[in-house]
Design a protein around this ligand. Structure first.
Ligand SMILES: *Cc1c(COP(=O)(O)O)cnc(C)c1O
Length: 361
């Protein structure tokens, strides 16, 4: 058997007629930048997420930049985040000249451990940036309580978690600003790069919309130092179609995750944990396995692709050596990054495929 990790081609074939028509429609109008499909998508994203404002942008990375720029984050500021995430989370903090300050993760959810945040707060701290890793929101009540106590802002990196919930609310409407990504491999992907900034705050929303277009207030009048951070009309047209089926996709992802857990529960490795206040969108189904490298290569021989999200905790990345962290600083993040392994995950994984994967492991 040969297993496809994300089944992107399969998904395209499923919705091909509608997606092709949507793309053709944009080509016919040639409204490539800020065409009406952009606002249409933003309306639908607001409806889906419950956030008051959805502002599309160039990528999940741009979304993080726009979020921090809107809050005025700059050189000398500190942003508290997790070391167990994709590089973009901390890279964007550093890109703005601010300092990423890492806090170790919770052993079960792999998200930032709220109990370890307070000791890292200084007079320079401006933002707490939790990441909803693998599709599951962090402990948002605890994080928001700390933010309120110290008058800090909360930006959620929800690149992997669009549609997930915490106590019944999507993580797009929590915090001061929340972001997501439409990178093709995310649960809701476009056919290139795309992203969204969400907020319930009208003032921030206006500023983010301006920052997205070079900080302009009206054409050729620039109120802020901004960026070229728009999402292409073509990509919005693609997501407009895919969003119609996203609720269904999420149900299927849930089912796949449940079937995995059922099929793997007798094994002697650690399965994903979902907190009972949250729902995950299962961006990844990741298990912890001691002899990971060996297992990965054996599975590959059996036609089963796996991936590691993420093999090196960010405090140990070369680009962050200037921060002065060393091995042992965040033991849980380090341990998990040495054991974690993601199995093929997509809404269309068949029972047969799941059984085959479970058997081979
Ligand atoms: C994918 C991802 C990003 C970046 O999104 P892009 O759209 O690829 O720029 C940021 N943070 C996390 C946690 C991600 O998984």
């Amino acid at each position: 058997m040969k297993i496809d990790f994300a089944k992107l081609q399969y998904q395209y074939q499923l919705y091909k007629t509608e997606i092709d028509a949507a793309i053709q429609n944009v080509l016919d109008k040639s409204n490539y930048i800020m065409g009406e499909e952009v606002r249409q998508l933003e309306d639908k994203l607001e409806e889906f997420s419950g956030a008051k404002h959805a502002i599309t942008c160039g990528s999940g990375t741009d979304a993080l930049l726009l979020a921090m720029m809107a809050l005025g984050i700059r050189a000398g500021d500190e942003v508290i985040t997790t070391p167990f995430t994709f590089i973009a989370t901390a890279e964007t903090i550093a890109f703005l000249g601010a300092k990423p300050v890492f806090v170790d993760i919770d052993e079960k959810t792999y998200n930032i451990d709220p109990e370890k945040i307070e000791e890292k707060i200084t007079s320079k701290t401006k933002v707490i940036m939790p990441v909803s890793l693998y599709g599951q929101p962090s402990d948002m009540d605890a994080i928001q309580a700390i933010a309120d106590k110290y008058d800090l802002k909360v930006i959620i990196d929800g690149a992997q978690s669009f549609g997930s919930t915490y106590k019944g609310k999507t993580d797009s409407c929590l915090g001061d600003i929340s972001t997501t990504s439409f990178f093709p491999a995310k649960p809701l992907g476009c056919f290139g790069d795309g992203g969204v900034v969400f907020t319930n705050n009208d003032v921030l929303a206006e500023k983010i919309k301006s920052l997205r277009v070079h900080g302009q207030s009206k054409r050729y009048h620039h109120k802020y130092i901004g960026m070229g951070g728009r999402m292409d009309t073509l990509q919005c047209a693609v997501v407009n179609v895919k969003l119609k089926y996203y609720e269904k996709d999420l149900k299927l992802r849930q089912e796949v995750a449940q079937k995995y857990t059922e099929a793997l529960k007798a094994k002697d490795f650690i399965l994903p944990f979902v907190d009972n206040r949250t729902t995950s969108v299962w961006a990844q189904y990741s298990v912890r396995i001691q002899n990971r490298d060996e297992v990965q290569s054996k599975l590959k021989e059996q036609g089963i692709p796996t991936a590691v999200h993420y093999p090196i905790a960010l405090h140990l990345q070369e680009c962050f050596s200037y921060l002065g962290y060393s091995k042992g600083d965040f033991p849980i993040a380090e341990q998990v990054s040495s054991e974690i392994m993601s199995l093929p995950m997509n809404p269309y994984l068949s029972d047969e495929e799941i059984e085959y994967i479970a058997k081979q492991i």
